[in-house]
Design a binder for this molecule. Structure first.
Ligand code: SAH
Length: 217
């Protein structure tokens, strides 16, 4: 297991202060960010960026999201312990670990095999038990539906119908919506009577959500 030194903890505390100053107020989310050693989720060549508020390469042309983005999406999810949460885009596994810290039962889908294998190892090393699968997030994970919450961590060009079906009434989806270089962070709430209500929470930049899984790079 990777070492988590006082220096790492100090850098993490400063990063969390920065994120709080940017407007994240959910104390449970901030606590989770303070706890998880983000440097464990990065390739060794990029360790110096672990506690800087930016996206970092994790291989296979993908990035681990900005810590602020992870914090905001986590806050928007409004997780309560025991909730079933579907994540689309496991990537490094960092967001997955934050969801675990918030007490969620996490189901996470990744379309790049090499990333899934890496995230699986890191999450196990760090003692997190999330269910991961190699698959296409557009299809969701019907075997474990319905979900209380769904988080998409890549830019969705459209709202995947399968995911709307797999959301529980009363549930919420957090999705960066749109194509091109900028997306709108959208929450979609399903009312108990099955209506969908959406709201926008600022603009962000994500790697695209792509169809079909891929075993190559
Ligand atoms: N949550 C990740 C963010 C990684 S970037 C983290 O904390 O590191 C987004 C990820 O979404 C990439 O790894 C990309 O391969 C994946 N992705 C893109 N389209 C997808 C799809 N249709 N299904 C599943 N994963 C997808």
């Amino acid at each position: 297991m990777i070492e988590d030194t006082y220096r790492h903890k100090g850098l993490r505390n400063n990063l969390v202060k920065e994120i709080a100053a940017l407007g994240v107020t959910d104390q449970k989310v901030l606590e989770a960010l303070r706890k998880v050693p983000r440097h464990a989720f990065l390739p060794s060549a990029f360790l110096q960026y672990a506690y800087v508020n930016k996206a970092v390469n994790i291989g296979a042309g993908q990035t681990i999201s900005h810590p602020y983005t992870v914090a905001l999406q986590s806050q928007l999810l409004r997780i309560e312990p025991g909730m079933k949460v579907l994540e689309v885009g496991t990537g490094s596994g960092y967001q997955t670990s934050i969801l675990c810290e918030l007490g969620a039962k996490v189901y996470s889908i990744e379309r790049k095999r090499v990333l899934l294998v890496g995230a699986n190892q890191i999450l196990a090393d760090q003692g997190y038990t999330a269910k991961l699968t190699f698959g296409d997030g557009f299809k969701g994970w019907p075997a474990y539906a319905p979900f209380d919450r769904i988080i998409i961590t890549c830019a969705a060009p459209r709202l995947p119908e399968e995911l709307m079906i797999q959301l529980r009434p009363g549930g919420r989806i957090v999705v960066p919506y749109g194509e091109g270089s900028v997306q709108e962070m959208m929450t979609i709430d399903e009312t108990e009577s099955g209506e969908f209500v959406s709201e926008i929470h600022g603009t962000f930049t994500f790697v695209p959500m792509l169809e079909k899984r891929s075993s190559i790079g």
